[in-house]
Design a protein around this ligand. Structure first.
Ligand code: NAP
Ligand code: HSE
Length: 432
């Protein structure tokens, strides 16, 4: 059987999984590709580091030119994270005639237009299934399987690390710092896990999915975004008692010709599919105007699920399907009529509010009055007796609203700030 020579740049969590699949299951990939995707070179930074895969002699190198300058290597999996040198390497690979597979969502979210334009100019392709939701084939599904539809909304748990952290804290009472370390050990977290927990990784993925689903060209940093790094365990417990779980949720929906987008910890009613997504799993609910709702669920981070997506892209590229798809998608292309991001102010949702208030006559009336004056209707309130006899005692107050606008909640929060009876900044979370 003929070979297509493949290079891998980066042999960390994902690169190791890809090398394992190509080396240990070459029969499988060859059967699907009709040729052997042959691992010719693997580039790393540090040749002395212990590796968790047996790379054949002569394949491992710290000299990237051994890939760039080798015309026999036509397909490269670019599996290093961050922006630079990943961006420059991608451009060099394209210029030297390689088709590229990447899992680097940070790079695509920041430089997708530049990289995709360059690939189109040079007649090359970039495949990126692994960049969103790990092993779930969401890019292929939105980009190819749902093309009869106008996607009208997306709701997704897109960061495995955050879902793992929340699940461990909520269901097993684990401590935040310990679970972050465990997510790093398990290979779920980014090299800098701040990007996971502050929501940036989710916003980057949402920007990629939204480009694909709606043609919205948005800077991921403009997406309203909150992470789980400021989530208080108290809110997880209150949500639980109210019958909800908190998930870091990415939301995008079509509003007229614009797209409303957000990322943030969100209360989701227990028993609904998104609420039950556990550990490092991801899930995405896509609504298409023809198909209706479709739900995808699977492992969203980690070595082998991510490698599964990368290798599927390698096979597609070796077969030649990747090039066809890339050309037809016209992603981040000028010919793709871009939509813009909608103002979230008029967006309607239910909200969860928590604040620490002074326990004295008239305070509840003041708070409900503020909400009422802004047209916010209250669905439920929890207030417990104070724990100690400090004077004046303060108590947590938890309010669930009925449907209201984001701007009505923002106005209310601004008025809470002016009150001497409210001791803390109000925690505000969306309720799905
Ligand atoms: P990682 O474990 O940190 O591995 C990165 C690899 O890149 C290392 O092997 C490193 O070499 C190599 N590298 C870094 N700079 C290099 C350079 N200048 N030249 C050559 N090699 C270089 O990262 P990862 O978790 O595998 O993630 C890789 C990419 O996949 C990232 O973009 C990440 O966002 C994305 N991703 C990760 C997951 C996941 O679950 N981990 C899932 C989906 C997508 P050394 O080993 O010699 O240091
Ligand atoms: N750090 C990412 C996550 C890897 O936890 O979801 C998968 O993109």
């Amino acid at each position: 059987m003929e070979k297509t020579k493949v290079g891998i740049i980066g042999l960390g969590t994902v690169g190791t999984g890809v090398a394992r699949l190509l080396l240990d299951h070459g029969d499988r990939t060859a059967r699907h590709a009709g040729r052997i995707p042959w691992l010719e070179k693997v580039v790393v930074r540090d040749l002395t580091k212990p590796r968790h895969v047996d790379i054949p002699e002569g394949v491992l190198t710290d000299d990237i030119q051994q890939v760039i300058q080798n015309p026999e290597i036509t397909v490269v999996a670019q599996l290093i994270g961050g922006i630079e040198p990943a961006r420059t390497i991608m451009l060099q690979l394209l210029e030297s005639g390689k088709d590229i597979i990447t899992a680097n969502k940070a790079l695509l979210a920041a430089h997708g237009p530049e990289l995709f334009d360059k690939a189109r100019q040079l007649g090359r392709c970039i495949a990126f299934e692994a960049s969103v939701a790990g092993g779930i084939p969401i890019i292929t599904n939105i980009g190819q399987c749902l093309t009869a539809n106008q996607v009208t909304s997306l709701r997704g748990i897109l960061n495995g690390t955050c879902n793992f952290i929340i699940t461990q804290m909520q269901d097993r009472g684990e401590d935040y710092e310990d679970v972050v370390k465990e997510a790093q050990r398990l290979g779920y977290a980014e090299a800098d896990p701040t990007l996971d927990v502050n929501g940036a990784d989710t916003a980057q993925k949402l920007s990629i999915l939204s480009q694909l689903a709606f043609g919205v060209r948005v800077n991921w940093e403009d997406i309203p975004c909150k992470g789980i790094d400021e989530l208080d365990i108290a809110d997880i417990h209150y949500a639980d008692r109210l019958g909800y779980r908190i998930k870091l949720l990415a939301l995008a929906k079509l509003v007229g010709h614009e797209v409303e987008m957000s990322v943030g910890p969100t209360l989701i009613r227990k028993g609904s599919p998104l609420a039950e997504v556990q550990d490092a799993f991801n899930a995405i609910r896509v609504h298409g105007d023809a198909v209706g709702p479709v739900f995808y669920h699977g492992q969203g981070a980690g070595q082998m699920p991510t490698a599964s997506a990368v290798v599927a892209d390698i096979v597609d590229t070796v077969v030649g399907r990747g090039q066809l798809t890339f050309n037809n998608l016209e992603l981040w292309s000028e010919s793709n009529r871009p939509r813009s991001m909608a103002d979230a102010g008029p967006s309607i949702n239910r909200y969860y509010l928590r604040m620490q208030v002074i326990d004295k006559p008239g305070v509840m009336a003041e708070i409900t009055g503020i909400l009422g004056s802004n047209g916010v209707s209250i669905a439920s309130i929890i207030q417990h007796e104070p724990k100690d006899q400090d004077s004046p005692a303060t108590v947590p107050l938890v309010i669930m609203s009925h449907d209201t606008t984001q701007s009505a909640i923002a106005r209310s929060v601004e008025q809470f700030r002016q009150s001497e009876n409210i001791e803390s900044e109000a925690v505000v979370l969306k309720v799905l």
